[in-house]
Design a protein around this ligand. Sequence first.
Ligand code: COA
Length: 216
Amino acid sequence: MESLLEGLLPAEVPVAGATIGDHLAALTAEERTFVETAVPKRQHEFSTGRVLARSILSRLGHPGFPLLRADDRIPLWPEGIVGSISHAGHVCLAAAAPTRVTAGIGLDLEPDEPVEADIERVVCRDGEHDWVAAAGESERGRRRRIVFSVKEAVYKAFYPTTRTFWSFQDVRVEIDLLGEAWRAHLPESAGVAEAEGRVALREGWIVSAIALPPAR
Ligand SMILES: CC(C)(COP(=O)(O)OP(=O)(O)OC[C@H]1O[C@@H](n2cnc3c(N)ncnc32)[C@H](O)[C@@H]1OP(=O)(O)O)[C@@H](O)C(=O)NCCC(=O)NCCS
C-alpha cells in the first residue's frame, strides 16, 4: 500500500501503508485507552495507523515507541521526529522523519470519488472555483475533492507547529494535476507565505502529501 505514496515525499522520509485491520492487540495499554469505547471501525483505523507508525519509528531508531496523542488529537511523535497518518476506506498510510529532514509532514488519503457541488462553497475560494469549473462536468466533483485533500494535507503538516485552526477559506491552492504538484498560499500563522506539495490519483485514491523544508 505504501506504493500509493511513491515519489510523493523526499527519499529520506520513510513511509508505510497497509490495509486497515484489527491491530488492537498490538497497541500499548495507554494507546488503547484512546479508542477503548470507539466503534470497531475507528479502533481498526487507529490501531493500524499506530502499527504503521511504530514500524517507521523503529527504522528511525525509536523501536517500541508508544505513539500517544495530545488533547487536540495530534500524535505525539518522539522528540525530533515529525510525522503524519491518514486513513480512508480500507487503507491507512503513515510517514515520519527527523526534523533535520523536514519540519512537518502532511498526508491525506481520499477515495477518488466526486463530491457534490454544495461542498465547493465551503472548501474552495477564488481561483479554485475557476479550476473546478474549467473541468468537464463529469470531472468537477473529483476536482472539488482534490482541493479538499490538498488542504487537509497542508493543514496537517503545519498544525502540530502552529496549533492554530485554519478554515478551508484560509488557504488557497493552485494545483497542477499533470505535474502531480500543488502550491498552497498560507495564512499568517503559518510563518511562511507558501508551501509546495504533491498530489496523485492512484488506484482509485487521491493521495496528497507534503514534507515542509526543515527549519533553519
Ligand atoms: C485533522 C483533520 C485534518 C484530519 O483529517 P481527516 O481527513 O478527518 O482524517 P485523516 O485520516 O486524513 O487523518 C486523521 C489522522 O490525522 C492525525 N491528526 C488528527 N488531528 C490532526 C491535526 N490537527 N493535525 C495533524 N494531524 C492530525 C491523527 O493521526 C489522525 O489519525 P488517528 O486519530 O487515527 O491517529 C481534520 O479532521 C480536521 O480537524 N480538520 C480541521 C479543519 C480543516 O481541515 N482545515 C483545513 C483547512 S486548510
